[in-house]
Every structure is written in structure tokens, then in C-alpha cells.
Write a protein that binds this ligand. Structure first.
Ligand code: PQQ
Length: 246
């Protein structure tokens, strides 16, 4: 529990401190991905596993949308669904993520089947969807606040991957460009909501813990990738195995 009630500015500073301490830009797998130290098979494994996160985001947003009490809140949250699912076939973030997996040479039906997922990815993503479904609206909104920190990592990733891998093109990474404007819009709204609605020490503690939880979700996904694809001999049964081309 926070020992006293924080002002909105203090709460925001505490949230930003959590990101500075434990956002997934600090994870060794991301450092290796961005610095060009992974081979193609390891990059494929990252994209294939991260597909499940992307594909689950609209489901978690839809479950929150259904619980929001006002037109204004629902209208704002509905935009996220459109960002990810698009407004017609072939548009939106999930479709753009599949262009990334296509560009890396992965079979689309295999990616969408989720057959090659790591167990750790499955557990982490499902924990996030369940958290948003079951916790208070305030905690659910606060758990999206990792997006405060995503524009920096996305810029770093696009520059790093384009510079360091000959199998990555601007077109392959097209997923990320709209996120550079969508994420700040999303996180500005979520931050304003949290600043206004987390008033008691209990609510403020819950909000800080929701952001820590979400950082843990993202961190665990990278731990699973690091263990399976960087430490030799640790790919679990049934999970994606890079082919000889990689
Ligand atoms: N986070 C959400 C969310 O919690 O609702 C939605 C997204 C993120 C995205 O659509 C992203 O593309 C995304 N990307 C990154 C990244 O590339 O590192 C991080 C995050 C995040 O911090 O949760 C998201």
C-alpha cells in the first residue's frame, strides 16, 4: 500500500518509475533482437510468439469495453478494437502483424494456428486477458499503461532491426509505424483516467500493481523466448523449431 495518498503528479511519477525499472526494453532478448545478435530463426520465433499477444489484444479490449459505463469511455475504447481488428478484412494491427510473419518467411496458417507457441507465451498472454476481464475497470485501464513506454522501444526496434538484419525490410516492419501515433493517444487517455480515478491509497496501490503485473507479462514472454531459443536444447515439445534456412 502507498503510505499516503499521492497527488496525480506523484502517481504519474511512480508509474513512470515502474516503466523505467522494468519495462521489456530492458530484457536481454530485446537487446539482442535490436542489436542484430539473433539469427533469422530466433527472430521468427519472436514474431510467431508475439502474434498471440497481438491477436489477443482486441479480445481483452472487447471484454473491458463491455463493462465500461459511459458512451465516452466506450467510444474511446472502441477505437482500440478498430486499430487492432481493422474495419475491413486485411486492415488493422493483427493483419499487419501477419505481414510481418509473412515477411519473415513463416507460413500464415501455421502462425494463426498457434500450434508453435511456447507454453510461457500462452500462459503470459492468457494471464493478461484474464486480468483485464476480472479486475476493476481502474486496474484494467492501468494495465494498458505499458504503452506509455512503447514508442521509445518501437523506434529503437525498427532502427535496430532495419540496420542489423538483411532479411528485414521497411515493409516487413510496417506494423510498427501506426503504433507510434496510436500508442501515445491510447496511453494519454489511460493515464488521464488513472490520474483522475485513483484517489484512495488502496486504488493507487492497485494501479501501481496493475502496471507491475503487465510489465511482468511482457517480461515473461521474453524469458520464455530467451530460454527456448537462445539456450541450446531447450525448445519444448511441439513448439516452433526454426528450419535449416534460419
Ligand atoms: N500494449 C497494448 C495493450 O496493453 O493494450 C496494446 C499494444 C501494446 C500494442 O498493440 C502493441 O503493439 C504493443 N507493442 C509493444 C512493443 O512493441 O514493445 C508493447 C506494448 C505494451 O507495452 O504493452 C504494446
Amino acid at each position: 500500500m502507498t503510505d499516503r495518498i499521492l497527488t496525480p503528479d506523484e502517481l504519474e511519477a511512480a508509474l513512470r518509475a515502474i516503466g523505467a525499472e522494468r519495462y521489456h526494453n530492458l530484457h536481454p532478448f530485446h537487446r539482442a533482437l535490436h542489436d542484430g545478435r539473433l539469427n533469422k530463426g530466433q527472430v521468427q520465433a519472436w514474431a510467431l510468439n508475439r502474434y498471440y499477444y497481438q491477436a489477443s489484444i482486441p479480445a481483452k479490449d472487447a471484454s473491458l469495453l463491455a463493462r465500461l459505463p459511459t458512451t465516452e469511455l466506450r467510444r474511446e475504447w472502441r477505437r482500440r478494437l478498430e486499430d487492432h481488428d481493422g474495419t475491413q478484412p486485411g486492415t488493422g494491427g493483427v493483419a499487419r502483424w501477419l505481414k510481418l510473419t509473412d515477411g519473415l518467411g513463416l507460413d500464415r496458417a501455421y502462425v494463426e494456428s498457434l500450434e508453435g507457441l511456447l507454453p510461457g507465451t500462452r500462459f503470459a498472454v492468457e494471464a493478461y486477458v484474464q486480468f483485464v476481464r476480472e479486475r476493476s475497470i481502474l486496474e484494467a485501464i492501468a494495465s494498458s499503461l505499458t504503452e506509455l513506454f512503447s514508442p521509445t522501444i518501437i523506434s529503437e526496434r525498427v532502427a535496430g532491426m532495419l540496420g542489423n538484419y538483411d532479411f528485414v525490410t521497411e515493409e516487413t516492419l510496417a506494423y510498427f509505424k501506426p503504433r507510434l501515433t496510436q500508442a501515445p493517444q491510447d496511453s494519454a487517455f489511460a493515464l488521464a483516467y488513472v490520474r483522475e480515478h485513483a484517489r484512495t491509497a488502496e486504488q493507487q496501490t492497485a494501479v501501481l500493481n496493475a502496471l507491475r503485473f503487465k510489465c511482468n507479462v511482457l517480461w515473461s514472454m521474453l524469458d520464455a523466448l530467451d530460454y527456448a531459443y537462445v539456450v541450446p536444447g531447450h525448445v519444448p515439445p511441439g513448439a516452433f523449431r526454426p528450419g535449416p534456412q534460419a
